[in-house]
Design a protein around this ligand. Structure first.
Ligand code: FES
Length: 134
């Protein structure tokens, strides 16, 4: 004869509340993805080991990696949008009008007035990847 397994009232309520929350969580995640897609951004996922120490350039971003610290900036100059692709004497240099930025994206010399746009990212420690949107 098969024994019936009883679920406590508390566990039953937990299951019901988690089940009710899942659709909301799914919709929230879809909404967040939709906002990113609507903003015309694309997702970039890179292996952390593929980002060299120091300043490196890749597509439309600049990486500044020192030890375990990572900063990612848009390579678009805040003056008129030229692509920054050189780093000399500790400074990122815009080829168009000569604005210079330090490794943290701060303006060292104009005509640019604003720092480089820092890009937020997340790290997946299990997969050893970095994810961001550009
Ligand atoms: S666009 Fe970079 S300095 Fe003008």
């Amino acid at each position: 004869m098969k024994k019936e397994k009883k679920i406590s009232r508390r566990n039953f309520l937990k299951i019901v509340s988690y089940s009710a929350a899942l659709p909301s969580l799914f919709l929230w995640m879809k909404s967040a993805q939709g906002k990113i897609a609507a903003a015309g951004k694309r997702e970039i996922v890179l292996p952390l080991a593929g980002i060299a120490d120091g300043i490196t350039f890749r597509d439309s971003v600049i990486f500044n990696k020192e030890d375990e610290k990572l900063k990612i900036f848009s390579s678009s100059c805040t003056h008129l949008g030229c692509k920054i692709s050189s780093f000399k004497n500790g400074e990122l240099i815009c080829p168009c009008h000569g604005s210079r930025f330090d490794g943290n994206g701060n303006v060292v010399n104009g005509p640019a007035l604003n720092p480089l746009k820092e890009i937020r990212y997340s790290i997946d420690r299990k997969k050893e990847t970095v994810r961001f949107y550009v």
